[in-house]
Design a protein around this ligand. Structure first.
Ligand code: DSN
Length: 473
């Protein structure tokens, strides 16, 4: 029985219970097949990874850790969690790996609470001669809670590509910590490490967070380590976006966060090309506290997803993954150069990771209009603010794109140059629609036929690189 029959049978079974879900699942495949997926944080997991997620492991509770569960009968969950952690340790050269986080935000919460436990809770318990928080008097507990609330974190500014979970108010990290952002140089738009060090000396953070979700450049983690050491901070790296480039040995030496950071968190579904989920890597001193992630901040582990993480991490240890990661970075450069030569302005003037951040203001449209016009033309992206964005975080002046997904489909330099041409043509032709109060910031107009012509051109590229060719669905 081939993959087609397996999935056809599965969809038929689903359809017998809820046809709308079966139909939406089929349609999602059709939509993903027929559009240029350029969302920098998305990818296509392999069929073995997808298959590993759809099993009866979903039915098992397994709170606790390998060999130390709060439920009986977890021997098979122990196997998949151990295998996932074993692959993660080997792939990234980490002392310790924790495969339970359900998402990137969850992984970051595990990281924060492991650091708070290690740096704040443990010394307090030791000072008071207590073995656990349950032994503290009401007064000591209250004092410890207030001490948690006084801790400080420094993270990259949202305006220049940081992430909400790096201490910003809409996320719980901003409510847990006092936060100070670090930014980029106004001219080069690159991280200003000297200013970061000077600010860190003043602010004295417990934690410095390195990592980004919309910064198209590499980070020098050795320099981040020096800065953290200079102020006594723990270095936490959120590599959710670029984990695939670390796994694939594109980022090595000072650009590989794992040897420099105390704790590293990631998602598994972006450039790493695994199932939707999270992972935490830690230096030995933090391992025991990371292990307390469930039930500290996580619900029971999703064992079916841990099984899929194990499969994806095994794939990422194959030589072919290093080739993939190199192509992701090479393709991003081609995409950036293709856009630049066609008059599209890019934040930082280019890229050296998998992200390209376009500033569309000079076309007289907002990021939101650009995102919608591109979608109309079969190109899926997401709008994103650019440094000092006059249009704010909702309309924005930027559009973020990336190469991981289309590289998985087999796109190379020629295809990405053509993609750049299609994008540039749409951006140049798009214009704000009129609204009763003047030019709209959301609605746009495109010349007749352009969206259809772009879709047809995209279809030529996509048809030459089919998605899941094994599936005749
Ligand atoms: N949603 C992820 C991204 O698109 O970068 C980050 O949370």
């Amino acid at each position: 029985m081939g993959w087609s029959q397996v999935y056809a049978e599965a969809l038929s079974l689903i359809g017998q219970v809820e046809p709308r879900v079966a139909e939406a699942t089929r349609q999602e495949l059709a939509d993903q097949r027929s559009s240029l997926k350029l969302i920098a944080s998305e990818n296509y997991a392999s069929l073995p990874v997808l298959a590993a997620m759809g099993t009866w492991f979903s039915d098992k509770y397994a709170e606790g850790t390998v060999g130390h569960r709060f439920y009986a009968g977890c021997q098979n969950v122990d196997t998949v969690e151990s295998v996932a952690a074993e692959h993660a340790r080997a792939l990234f050269g980490a002392d310790y790996a924790y495969a339970q986080p359900h998402s990137g935000i969850d992984a970051n919460l595990v990281a924060y609470w492991s650091i708070l436990a290690h740096r704040v809770e443990s010394p307090t318990l030791e000072r008071l001669g207590a073995k656990s928080v349950n032994e503290l008097s009401e007064g000591d507990w209250e004092e410890l809670r207030l001490t948690f609330a006084q801790q400080r974190v420094m993270g990259m500014s949202l305006d220049v590509g940081g992430h909400l979970t790096h201490g910003f108010r809409p996320n719980i990290s901003g409510k847990m910590f006092r936060q100070l952002s670090y930014g980029t140089d106004p001219v080069t738009q690159l991280i200003d490490y000297d200013k970061l060090l000077a600010d860190a000396r003043e602010f004295k953070p417990l934690i410095i967070v390195a990592g980004y979700s919309a910064y198209p450049r590499r980070v020098n983690f050795a320099r981040m380590r020096e800065i953290a050491d200079a102020v006594g901070a723990t270095l936490f790296v959120d590599m959710a976006h670029f984990a695939g480039l670390v796994a694939g040995k594109v980022f090595t030496g000072e650009e590989d966060p794992v040897p420099w950071a105390d704790v590293v968190a990631t998602t598994t579904h972006k450039s790493l090309r695994g199932p939707r989920g999270g992972l935490v890597l830690a230096a030995k001193e933090y391992a025991a506290d990371v292990d307390r992630g469930c039930p500290m901040v996580l619900g029971g582990p999703l064992s079916h997803v841990m099984a899929a993480k194990a499969v994806a991490l095994a794939e990422a240890r194959q030589p072919a993954f290093q080739d993939y990661a190199r192509r992701v970075a090479d393709n991003a450069k081609v995409l950036a150069e293709g856009l630049l030569k066609r008059g599209v302005k890019l934040v930082t003037g280019g890229t050296d990771n998998h992200i390209v951040l376009m500033d569309v203001a000079n076309f007289g449209i907002t990021g939101r209009q650009a995102e919608s016009a591109l979608l109309d033309a079969g190109i899926v992206t997401n709008r994103n603010s650019v440094p000092n964005d006059p249009n704010g975080a909702w309309y924005t002046s930027g559009v973020r794109i990336g190469t991981p997904a289309l590289t998985t489909r087999g796109f190379g330099a020629d295809e990405f140059d053509r993609v750049a041409e299609l994008i540039a043509d749409v951006l140049k032709a798009a214009a704000p629609a009129d609204s009763p109060s003047g030019p709209s910031k959301a609605k746009y107009v495109l010349p007749d036929g352009l969206a259809q012509r772009t879709k047809a051109a995209a279809a030529e590229l996509l048809d030459a690189h089919p998605l899941y060719p094994e599936l005749q669905l």
